[in-house]
Design a binder for this molecule. Structure first.
Ligand code: PLP
Length: 390
């Protein structure tokens, strides 16, 4: 991370991710992102000074409630108009909440849920949990490039389909799905579309025609333990957490003004810095692609978020690589990013052989990485691979 050249001594001190120090170079920005220093500053007064409950009627409560509503608008600003934001504890919770929409559709005779084979476990396992409620769950295949065929998907979506869940940017391989066209197919058959935009929010355009979107604070340089579901007006969701009636009676529980304010500010920064962040990520990605020219990229090369690079090299023992290269924080491509330890269903869905999956790594670049991070990390990784092949 180029912390000193950005003049950000505060972040340098706090995050202490410096290739020259004992801490690793952080190249795992799909797993989580460091907290932006501006976000930290915005959160502190809500943690230290302003302790009011945003649901209280007195002045302290109203002040906290106002901060929550500012944050709600900041988060909503990057999503389509004509919908509302429901704050949750994570994107996983938001996805679980959004799936609740299928109950009303089941009552109207729709009992099929379609997800893409490459969905995150938060979508996949939630969808599968609906089998016990009488739904048929189809895991729709993706192509060898990681992208769904619209022709095949169109043949699957029918008038029994309640919900199609498709992600914008894949967390493991970075490919971008044609969400606008998928949403059109769902709507043509009277189904809803839930889009997991966690890895694209603030970086990639979000189509206007989706019905629900799940997002997460800690993927956009915001705090952990906050997410949100954006829901188009007119969609009915059953309450998921019962209690004090917060979040329109759908998700009860006292909101944290600090987390909301941090999430909102992080969203605003993503909006303000979108072009400069994108240019920076492109520089890092170009550098990485040249440093790892001997490796093969997993997934489509053209339709991808450039901050993700999932690559493989035949014969590399990634388990050994990860234990040898302790000074770079990166992920094994074979391990599901949810940390469950399950082998990657995404790489398998591309049609990769088990040995190819086991020789894959995922590098994730972010706003606070420097070119030097990428150069050094590639040097460490490639040297360790060289030792394996010696
Ligand atoms: N969806 C995607 C694509 C993700 O990458 C993640 C996090 O890894 C999630 C959902 C879950 O997000 P959260 O950690 O906020 O529950």
């Amino acid at each position: 991370m180029n912390l000193s050249s950005s003049g950000n001594q505060f972040l340098a001190q706090r995050v202490k991710i410096n290739p020259m120090a004992k801490d690793p170079i952080y190249l795992d920005n799909q797993a989580t992102t460091p907290l932006a220093p501006e976000v930290f500053d915005v959160m502190v007064p809500w943690l230290r000074d302003n302790f009011g409950n945003p649901h209280s009627a007195h002045i302290l409560g109203r002040k906290a409630a106002a901060a929550v509503e500012v944050a709600r608008d900041q988060v909503a600003a990057l999503l389509p108009d004509s919908g509302k934001i429901l704050f949750t504890g994570s994107a996983t919770e938001a996805i679980n909440l959004g799936f609740g929409a299928v109950h009303a559709l089941q009552a109207a005779g729709r009992n099929k849920i379609i997800i893409l084979e490459s969905e995150h476990a938060a979508v996949r396992d939630t969808a599968l949990s609906y089998e016990k409620h009488g739904f048929l769950v189809e895991k729709h295949p993706i192509g060898p490039d990681g992208i769904v065929s619209l022709e095949q998907l169109s043949a699957s979506i029918d008038d029994k389909t309640a919900l199609v869940a498709a992600m914008l940017v894949n967390n493991e391989i970075g490919v971008i799905q044609p969400i606008e066209a998928i949403a059109d197919l769902a709507h043509a058959n009277g189904a809803l579309i839930l889009c997991d935009v966690v890895q694209g929010y603030g970086r990639v355009d979000i189509p206007d025609n989706i019905d629900m979107a799940a997002i997460s604070g800690h993927k956009i340089y915001g705090p952990k333990a906050i997410g949100a579901l954006w829901v188009r007006d007119g969609i009915t969701l059953p309450p998921m957490i019962h209690g004090g009636g917060q979040e329109q009676g759908i998700r009860s529980g006292t909101l944290s003004p600090a987390l909301c304010a941090g999430f909102g500010h992080a969203a605003m920064l993503c909006q303000e810095r979108r072009d400069s962040d994108a240019a920076h990520i492109q520089l890092l990605a170009d550098k990485a692609q040249s440093c790892f020219a001997d490796w093969t990229i997993n997934g489509c090369i053209d339709h991808r978020y450039m901050g993700n690079l999932n690559i493989r090299q035949d014969g590399v023992d990634v388990a050994r690589l990860m234990s040898d290269v302790r000074n770079v924080a990166f992920s094994a491509g074979s391990a599901c990013a949810s940390g469950s330890g399950r082998p990657s269903h995404v790489l398998a869905a591309l049609g990769l052989e088990p040995a190819q999956i086991k020789s894959s790594i995922r590098l994730g670049f972010g706003r606070y990485n420097s070119l030097e991070d990428v150069e050094l990390a590639s040097q460490y990784i490639n040297e360790a691979v060289g030792v394996q092949f010696a």
